[in-house]
Ligand binder design. Structure first.
Ligand code: IPD
Ligand code: CA
Ligand code: CA
Length: 299
């Protein structure tokens, strides 16, 4: 099966797709044989497969696009003053991969940076590719040309309200620290069909692009997590912003992606919750136990 779209010319995404598929197959090989896990931080895992995948991607990109820059999660930095820069996540979902939970992918996003652009300013994301090697699912997008899953055009869902939505979020693996997301997780779970926490930000965005999720949010992300997924969602007709609704930037860290239809409802809910409104109390385990004991003795 040709899993690239044939109806449209995608000069960047088609090359990146071939590279992502090759890297994904390499990662799947490691997954099948098993690899040792190392720690980059307290709970931040890395494996030989992450490094091998990044090496392969960087080599192939260099052969195909010798003048392009690269910025990879596992440390690759090359030609950072180039007009084009690839953001590489060689395995998004490393914790899943290391525990043999089959939800991970390879993610490649391309930024065009016009000459003279200040180092701390974003260019435009012009291509994005996400490949899931366990499902053989290839998501591709190019700016102005739409988003595709295994060659078929994809669009965000048509779910109009939060209470009919299925959403996704994540919690950072990079560094453990106090984070309010459990409150948002609880609140949005109670107001929707549910919130999934599957462990791959790139797939969460790809699934929002193809309508499996109606929205996704997360804090503490990095450009390699979101570059490709940003373009998939926007080319599929959705919105991607900072959590407060301001324009998305690669360095935003926080991201709120939606099908567009539930954007206002979700953005207002976040605004309320950040202001301390609309947050229901999360009972402690101790309160739960004493309530249960009281119910047990009640006639
Ligand atoms: C992680 C995944 C996860 C998200 C973390 C990311 P990694 O990326 O995308 O879903 O919750 O914030 O760091 O470390 O597996 O590439
Ligand atoms: Ca990642
Ligand atoms: Ca990674």
């Amino acid at each position: 099966m040709n899993i690239l779209p044939t109806q449209v010319d995608l000069p960047f995404a088609a090359s990146a797709a071939a590279i992502a598929i090759e890297a994904g197959n390499l990662v799947r090989g490691f997954y099948e044989t098993g690899v040792a896990t190392e720690y980059k931080g307290e709970a931040d895992l890395v494996t030989e497969a992450d490094r091998a995948s990044e090496r392969l991607i960087v080599e192939r990109l260099h052969t195909r696009f010798p003048n392009h820059g690269v910025f990879g999660e596992e440390g690759s930095r090359r030609q950072m003053d180039s007009d084009y820069r690839w953001y590489i996540d060689p395995i998004d979902g490393t914790t899943n991969f290391a525990h043999r939970y089959p939800v991970f992918c390879v993610s490649l996003g391309l930024e065009r940076r016009p000459p003279g652009l200040a180092a701390d300013h974003d260019g435009e994301i012009v291509a994005g590719v996400i490949y899931d090697p366990t499902r053989n699912e290839l998501f591709v997008a190019e700016k102005g040309k739409g988003a595709y899953l295994n060659g078929r055009r994809i669009r965000v869902s048509s779910t109009a309200t939060l209470d009919e939505s299925l959403l996704a979020t994540g919690f950072p693996s990079r560094k453990r620290h106090e984070n309010p997301n459990v409150h948002f997780y609880q609140e949005i779970t109670m107001r929707s069909h549910g919130v999934r926490r599957a462990g791959s930000a790139a797939l969460d965005l790809a699934y929002t692009a193809c309508g499996r999720f109606d929205g996704y949010w997360e804090f503490n992300l990095n450009p390699w997590d979101v570059a490709a997924g940003f373009l998939l969602v926007t080319e599929a007709g959705g919105t991607v912003t900072y959590i407060d609704g301001s324009p998305f930037q690669l360095t935003s860290k926080e991201v709120l992606a939606t099908n567009g239809l539930i954007y206002t409802e979700l953005a207002e809910l976040f605004e309320d919750m950040f202001a301390g409104r609309n947050i229901s109390r999360v009972i402690t385990p101790r309160q739960f136990v004493s309530r249960r004991a009281a119910e047990d003795v009640a006639p």
